[in-house]
Write a protein that binds this ligand. Structure first.
Ligand SMILES: [Zn+2]
Length: 241
């Protein structure tokens, strides 16, 4: 299973395409954060304050070999134009990740006749190709189409999980009924931290224990702060079940 490096398109002053009250740069950053939230340790979130196109960031990346890159965008066009698609560098072979992303988009954001498109005139696909990275740029529908924007906003969890699933990464803590739930709690006014596995609360006796829990629970949410009252409420709820 690869790991994922996520680039949010535009930014650093460039809003990208705008429509229906949203800007592309802002929307794809929200999606990027969601992908990181669900993907945990399997995802590196690119610096959201940067515009990797303008600052040539792809050419200076230094990623381990197991990383695949996804760059997030939204299209602009006529109001009626709809649907997402995947862009790869011209001449490169479509891989299983591209296909899985295209299938996901055909399902959630349909409308394009061609789901995977080769382009030789975009900077980042070419830069990534020169560096030997597995890369694709994904347009998550049209920001200029009201229905696409609505789908993007309301089904963002599904889209984020779908991106991860395309790379074989399970979305932790999403729609699993609490099964994979886990977080590290700290309580106001105390030094003790706790591991909460969704059913029981376990205090750590030292930092090593916390380290190993973080190691085995990929993407665990760290340092949720509770008041003493809230900790007691949580304990009371758990007693009842
Ligand atoms: Zn864009």
């Amino acid at each position: 299973m690869p790991k994922l490096f996520v680039i949010a398109g535009h930014g650093a002053g460039d809003p990208g395409a705008c429509g229906n009250g949203f800007s592309e740069a802002e929307r794809v950053r929200v999606l990027a954060r969601k992908i990181k939230e669900f993907g945990g340790g399997n995802v590196i979130l690119g610096d959201l304050s940067r515009d990797y196109y303008r600052d040539n960031g792809v050419s200076t990346l230094n990623l381990p070999k197991e990383y695949q890159i996804v760059e997030l965008h939204m299209d602009a066009g006529q109001e009626t134009a709809r649907g997402g698609h995947v862009i790869i560098y011209s001449g490169f072979e479509v891989d299983d990740y591209d296909k899985a992303l295209a299938d996901m988009l055909a399902d959630i954001l349909p409308g394009r006749s061609q789901m995977i498109v080769e382009r030789d005139n975009l900077a980042n696909p070419e830069r990534a190709a020169m560096r030997g990275y597995g890369y694709r740029l994904v347009e998550f529908g049209f920001i200029t189409n009201a229905e696409d924007v609505k789908v993007f906003n309301t089904q963002m969890d599904d889209i984020a999980s779908g991106v991860l699933a395309a790379f074989g990464i399970e979305a932790a803590g999403n729609k699993t009924g609490g099964e994979n739930m886990g977080c590290i709690l700290s309580v106001e006014g105390t030094k003790t931290q706790y591991y909460f596995d969704g059913q029981s609360i376990h205090p750590f006796t030292n930092g090593k224990e916390k380290t190993v829990i973080k190691k085995v629970c990929n993407g665990i949410t760290d340092s949720i702060k509770l008041t003493k009252d809230e900790l007691n409420d949580l304990k009371n709820v758990l007693k009842r079940s």
